[in-house]
Design a protein around this ligand. Structure first.
Ligand SMILES: [Zn+2]
Ligand SMILES: [Zn+2]
Ligand SMILES: [Zn+2]
Length: 243
């Protein structure tokens, strides 16, 4: 995810690597949309934050399931199940207000750790395997149980986008259970998350979704193309009829 900075024009002698604190001489690296700069050694060698991908400095946290978290992500992370449930409900209410994606049956919420989420993912058949990409959340239906699972310790914005994405899958489960086109399913879920970010004023984070190397990005772009032709409500009607 690290990209070399395009210009060294504003570099000052006092610039230091955000991970090791060493002076930045010659080439340095930044992450998309972030002010921190890193030396080549730290970009190549340091372990990365499991939430944002930044090289970890000496001050970082290890969660009980082994995930590593940088100080910035830690300061915005949701560890408390009560708070998580509150933000889950808020996010769902926003998605319903903004896009009208209501459910008849509703959906439960669980805050889980990484091994638990992996176990649940392995049991399910619907969500496609995501290879090297870490799973942050899941929607799963088991008999009468419909549940959105999300990792604990995610920074707020990542938590919200994960909830919006998985809630979209819950909605698809009710409104278009025959939708088998994975690109459309995932692209639509990403689009719901993308729209949610604008709705809460996090337009920078929304734009970041389009600049990322995320495997779902092409699917999101396909839905945004459709949105330009059909409009927001048109997309929702389109998805309901798609297979
Ligand atoms: Zn460094
Ligand atoms: Zn981080
Ligand atoms: Zn998905």
């Amino acid at each position: 995810m690290a990209t070399p900075a395009t210009s060294s024009a504003q570099r000052e002698d006092s610039d230091r690597c955000a991970a090791c604190g060493g002076p930045l001489i010659g080439r340095y690296y930044t992450l998309i949309d972030r002010p921190e700069r890193y030396c080549a050694t730290c970009i190549a060698m340091r372990p990365r934050c499991d939430s944002c991908g930044a090289p970890l400095g000496p001050k970082h946290w290890q969660l009980h399931d082994g995930r590593l978290q940088c100080a910035t992500c830690h300061s915005m992370a949701i560890y408390d199940p009560k708070l998580a449930r509150q933000i889950f409900q808020e996010t769902v209410a926003h998605v319903i207000n903004q896009l009208g994606l209501t459910l008849n049956v509703g959906v439960e919420f669980r805050l889980v750790d990484a091994p638990t989420l992996e176990e649940i993912r392995a049991q399910g058949d619907r969500h496609p395997p995501e290879g090297a990409r870490r799973t942050l959340g899941l929607y799963q239906r088991q008999g009468h149980m419909r549940v959105v699972y999300v990792l604990y310790g995610l920074p707020r914005l990542i938590f919200r986008t994960t909830v919006a994405h998985e809630y979209a899958h819950a909605w698809q489960g009710e409104r278009c259970p025959l939708l088998n086109d994975d690109d459309l399913r995932e692209g639509f879920a990403e689009w719901v998350a993308y729209r949610h970010l604008f709705w809460i004023g996090a337009s920078k984070a929304a734009h970041r979704m389009l600049a990322s190397t995320h495997p779902y990005r092409p699917a999101l772009e396909r839905i945004l193309d459709l949105e330009r032709q059909l409009g927001v409500q048109g997309i929702i009607e389109y998805i309901k009829r798609a297979e």
